[in-house]
Every structure is written in structure tokens, then in C-alpha cells.
Design a protein around this ligand. Structure first.
Ligand SMILES: Cc1cc2nc3c(=O)[nH]c(=O)nc-3n(C[C@H](O)[C@H](O)[C@H](O)COP(=O)(O)O)c2cc1C
Length: 359
């Protein structure tokens, strides 16, 4: 039965269109979205998500198979649109390696030679895996891939961080826009990496402006962690919300315990947007390494994905040691709302709470 509140009615229309029961999407989070998390969210009517950035085609197919074995609910696959190849600077990389050597094991000269999975092969694998929804971040898909998605009836959700990007994505054929506020944990989705730091817009200003600028449904993401945030996003015009950090303490996320625990005690002002981990700006807990690497004395991080390679040894060692001060601990500004309980309970409680606020 249709709800009386227009914000709820809009969310119900979105749910019907995408065959879900709850307008809560588990954010695709590269490296932090095992099928177990997506299954738990999808089984209570939300949408599961897989950030496939680091996955080879075989891993993409395996993820889809595990998802389908655990749930007949909905899910999205997500890819980053690649940036142009980075400009290398051996002298500068040597300075970054020396700096990183103070934070972890000595960094080998070839550590910056990172090879990422082939984007075209990942795109093929996504279509073969047959999801109903594919999403993007850091840009728009090339027209030929958009045409292939449309031919198969696959819907495209495009992540944006500005009104101009929202317009560009709609023109390129996006079926829905994911408006990412600067509060968001993980990498910022700006199409132009340079603007990811210089042009940071909060969700409260971004969301209604994007809703006014496009005709397709808008999904709100970034800093949403409780029922009030969901209700507010729906009132500002969103058709659904996407939550990342809020699911990272769930047992199904299988996060390193030191990272999960730290999320639970991180206040909004205790995160930072930094290039220090990967070379692309992302929001992490402002731990000792992030603070030191962003101080004026530290060498500027190398470009993406070179910096990802240079920091790998430190990140791996910190992960093994459970040392939160050197870990790549992505987290959004609403981190402290994240609860250490099953994802299905969180989805149910958040949606019950948001509905109560809007009724
Ligand atoms: C650990 C982590 C990894 C992420 N990886 C991706 C990714 O691969 N693709 C993507 O579109 N967004 C990625 N994001 C961003 C999320 O999709 C989403 O925008 C963000 O989590 C929302 O903010 P919140 O964390 O405050 O809920 C990631 C976020 C986190 C926390």
C-alpha cells in the first residue's frame, strides 16, 4: 500500500524498480566487501554491493557465484573508471620510499610498479556475471560499455561528487546517480583526481542540488549512519541511501579487528581526506601515519596507483600487527554510528527508525 509521506512514496517507487524491499544499499567497498556482507544485507531486502576494483575476472565470477548461493536478493557490481597512467618521478619516489621506511619495512625500488587488473577484462567479466546493476566511480563508463549494459538491461548507477558530474553522468546514460558527500569513507569519487581535494561538498548541500539538476533517481551516500540521516536524506530528495562505514563493524564484513574497533570510537572530526595511502584522495581515520604524511615536512604522496604500491609493505605489516596507527583505515565522518552487530539487524533497525521518523 502506498505511504502517505512523499519521501517514503519515492523510496517505495525506487524499491519496486530495483526489486528490493528496503531502500538501503550496502556500499561497494573494494577490499572490504566479502559476499557474506552483501548476502546479509540482501537477505533482509537491501541491496548488496561488490567493489571489484582489485579483482581479476575469475574473482568477479566467484564473488557472484557465492552471492547467488547465499541469497536471491539484489546486488551491484562496481568499478573505478581508470585515470590516465601516472607520471613517474624516480627522485621523488625515492624520497617517499625513505619516508615510508620510517613507518614500516624498507620499501623496494620497484614497489611503485603497480599493475592493476585490466579494466576492459573486468568490464567483460561484470557483464558475464550478470548483475542487475553495475555502478561506477571516478568517471563515466565509455559509450560502448554503456551500450552493452543497456542492451542487456543492466542498470547503471553513477557515483558523483558535484552537480556538474551528475549532469555529465545523466547525459552519458546513467539510470541513477549516487551523490557522494565529502563525509564519505574511502576514496572520493571526483571524476578529476585534482578536484577530489580542492572541491569538497557536504551531502546536505550536494544532495538537493543534484536532485534538482537531474531527472533520474538519486541515491545519497556519505556520512549516513543512523535513522535520522536516512530520513533526512529522503526528505532532501533521495530515493535511497548507500552506507559504507556503517557496515564495516558487522561480523559479516570480516574487517581487521583493530580497524573495526577504531571505527567505533572515531568522532566526525577525527577523520581526514588524504592521498597518503593510495595517491588518490580518500577519507580515513586520522591515525599517526596519516597525520605525519600530511604534515608540511613529509614528501607529497606519489600519484595513484604508485603510492598504493609504495605503502603496501607498511599496510601489510600494520595489518598483521593490528597496528591501527599505520593501517589504511578508511572511515567516514559518521564512523561512530557503526555498530558491531549483524548487518541484517542494522538494516532492519535503520529502516524501521527512518520510517517512524517520516510517518
Ligand atoms: C573501505 C571502503 C572502500 C570503498 N571502496 C569503494 C569502491 O571500490 N567503489 C566505490 O564506488 N566506492 C567505494 N567506497 C565509497 C562508498 O561507496 C561510499 O561512497 C561511502 O562508504 C559512503 O560513506 P560512508 O562510509 O560514510 O557511509 C569505499 C568506502 C569504504 C569505507
Amino acid at each position: 500500500m502506498p505511504s502517505s509521506h512523499p519521501a517514503l512514496a519515492r523510496a517505495e517507487t525506487f524499491c519496486r524498480a530495483y526489486n528490493i524491499r528496503v531502500p538501503i544499499l550496502q556500499a561497494p567497498m573494494a577490499g572490504a566487501c566479502p559476499p557474506s556482507l552483501a548476502i546479509a544485507v540482501a537477505n533482509v531486502g537491501g541491496l548488496g554491493g561488490c567493489g571489484a576494483l582489485l579483482m581479476e575476472p575469475a574473482a568477479i565470477k566467484q564473488w557472484a557465484a557465492e552471492m547467488r548461493a547465499g541469497s536471491n536478493g539484489g546486488f551491484q557490481f562496481n568499478l573505478w573508471i581508470p585515470d590516465p597512467p601516472p607520471k613517474r618521478d624516480a627522485a621523488h619516489e625515492a624520497a617517499v620510499r625513505a619516508f615510508l621506511g620510517q613507518w614500516g619495512p624498507a620499501v623496494a625500488p620497484e614497489a611503485g610498479d603497480v599493475s592493476m587488473p585490466d579494466f576492459a577484462a573486468q568490464c567483460d567479466a561484470l557483464l558475464e556475471a550478470g548483475p542487475a546493476i553495475v555502478s561506477s566511480i571516478m568517471g563515466v563508463y565509455p559509450p560502448d560499455f554503456v551500450a552493452r549494459m543497456k542492451a542487456r538491461g543492466v542498470k547503471w548507477f553513477a557515483t558523483v561528487s558535484s552537480v556538474a558530474e551528475a549532469r555529465e553522468a545523466e547525459t552519458a546514460g546513467a539510470d541513477a546517480i549516487v551523490a557522494q558527500g565529502m563525509e564519505a569513507g574511502g576514496h572520493r569519487g571526483a571524476f578529476d583526481a585534482k578536484k577530489a581535494e580542492s572541491q569538497q561538498v557536504g551531502l546536505f548541500a550536494l544532495l538537493p542540488a543534484v536532485v534538482d539538476a537531474v531527472r533520474v533517481p538519486v541515491i545519497a551516500t556519505g556520512g549516513i549512519g543512523d535513522a535520522r540521516g536516512i530520513a533526512a536524506a529522503l526528505l532532501l530528495g533521495a530515493s535511497a541511501v548507500q552506507i559504507g562505514t556503517g557496515f564495516l563493524r558487522c561480523p559479516e564484513a570480516r574487517l581487521a579487528p583493530a580497524w573495526a574497533d577504531a571505527i567505533g570510537r572515531t568522532l566526525p572530526e577525527q577523520t581526514v581526506v588524504t592521498r597518503a595511502f593510495s595517491g588518490r584522495p580518500g577519507r580515513s581515520i586520522a591515525n599517526e601515519y596519516a597525520r605525519a604524511a600530511t604534515s608540511p615536512e613529509a614528501p607529497a604522496p606519489a600519484p595513484y596507483p604508485v603510492q598504493r604500491g609504495l605503502t603496501a609493505a607498511m599496510r601489510v605489516a600494520a595489518g598483521k600487527a593490528g597496528d591501527i596507527d599505520k593501517m589504511q583505515a578508511w572511515a567516514g565522518q559518521a564512523a561512530a554510528f557503526a555498530q558491531a552487530k549483524p548487518a541484517g539487524d542494522i538494516v532492519r533497525e535503520l529502516w524501521d527508525g527512518a520510517r517512524a521518523l517520516l510517518s
